[in-house]
Design a protein around this ligand. Sequence first.
Ligand code: F6P
Length: 320
Amino acid sequence: MKKIGILTSGGDAPGMNAAIRAVVRAGIYNGLEVVGIKRGYEGLINGDIEKMNLSSVADIIHKGGTILRSARCLEFQEEKGFKKALNVMEIFGIDGLVVIGGDGSLRGAEALSKAGIPTIGLPGTIDNDLAYTEYTIGFMTAVGTVVNAISNLRDTSASHDRINIIEVMGRHCGDIALYAGIAGGAESIVIPEVPLSIDEICKRLIQSRNRGKRHSIIMLAEGVVESSYEFKNQIDERAGVETRLTILGHLQRGGSPTVFDRVLASRLGETAVKLLIEGKGSRAVGMSKGEICDLDISEALLIKKEINTELYELAKVLSI
Ligand code: F6P
């Protein structure tokens, strides 16, 4: 192993830069040459690759986004594009690869591993939807951003005796809504993993109003309903209230990473380099019981993400 490549792919996440920095610095520290591949698998197909040195990753640990930029590349999923990528790796003499991204990106890493390229996958997504790891890079930062938004909305919600609905990201995973809902003291958490009818939500709202609560926060994970606007209208109609809807959208994806994400990303990045040096490819690196772990990438991707029922129940108890 002489030369390794690094790329970030899929939706960006705060902390990706810290991971890039860790891979580049740990690689150089251990005598490797490190190259950065731009815009994920797209750069791998097009040979958009440049040598990284110690200063290429200076002053980035605190920055959101990814200096390598990112993309969702459909071409890589086709045979022609995939072969092109393998060819580019050969031309550039890249012996091993570190891929930072979510589920789709790690599936790309798995395919490269199967094609004989030692590849390590690092979990980089705000969604926290990779079951093999307790936390993904960017998740805690996104939750912090959402909690700040909840605090602001709570102020105005209290002033106007209003119900505020906040739609958060997470695609098919309710972790952002769940963690932010607990940390922000939301009254209702609506996530894809736990079916909850509009009637049940309205019942809870009416009950809490009867108990004297004058304002409430409803966390709504994207993907639960087709339209959050329609969801809002139905709550208004059936509970006889006037709600306000805020869709936080992509602002959850940016911002300076938290300490947790910076440390996690640094640890994962260094481990990825160590694994490649030890001759181990086809691994997914993550966190288990607070420790850094690595497992076979195919096995890792087969694990089904489940909701933390203990946390969900806690949220219910505390939002009474
Ligand atoms: O996977 C990360 C994520 O932010 C999801 O939470 C969201 O559904 C999706 O990406 C948005 O993707 P895009 O940036 O392509 O709009």
